[in-house]
Design a binder for this molecule. Structure first.
Ligand SMILES: Cc1cc2nc3c(=O)[nH]c(=O)nc-3n(C[C@H](O)[C@H](O)[C@H](O)COP(=O)(O)O)c2cc1C
Length: 148
């Protein structure tokens, strides 16, 4: 059994629901999953004691990537999160019409790499709240499970 931390930032509930679907998938596979809203936690030391960290958020810029407000504040402290040698995967909700579809995935992956994290799989990018994308969520969960 692995200990997994999932942190999400969500304004209208879409990324939150995706986070819940991922949580259910990993929990059903027998892992100990802690789900945190970025609005309620601080980054410093948060990854300590976990075998893997998953982070997800929406973005709200028009031409620039603007991380969801709560996640943006949380993510400012990502350098102190303790991601060195930690397994990491990213997910997001977005809309395909925007230049940076699910741009949070790129931000989380790039910054995570800089912090010494090891990416487990390609980030999950979905439209809406994931309820119409059960297969993509299941494939993402399976890819994470393979790397635990
Ligand atoms: C002003 C505005 C800017 C947005 N910018 C982006 C964007 O750059 N990329 C993207 O994929 N989605 C963008 N979106 C769509 C939201 O990220 C999307 O609705 C998302 O599902 C919201 O997720 P949340 O409920 O978890 O916050 C934007 C929406 C608005 C209203």
């Amino acid at each position: 059994m692995s200990k997994i931390l999932i942190v999400y930032g969500s304004s209208t509930g879409n990324t939150e629901n995706i986070a819940r679907l991922i949580t259910r998938g990993l929990s059903d596979a027998g892992h100990d999953v802690t789900l945190e809203n970025a609005a309620n936690v601080k980054a410093a030391g948060l990854a300590k004691g976990y075998d893997a960290v998953l982070m997800g958020a929406s973005v709200w810029g028009d031409t620039e990537i603007e991380l969801q407000d709560d996640f943006d504040t949380f993510f400012e402290g990502v350098g102190e999160m303790g991601l060195e040698n930690c397994r990491l995967a990213a997910f997001a909700s977005g809309e395909r019409g925007y230049e940076h579809f699910c741009g949070a995935v790129d931000v989380i992956e790039n910054r995570g790499r800089e912090c010494g994290a090891i990416l487990m799989t390609e980030g999950l990018r979905l439209e809406g709240d994931g309820s119409d994308s059960r297969e993509e969520v299941a494939a993402f969960v399976e890819a994470v499970l393979q790397k635990l």
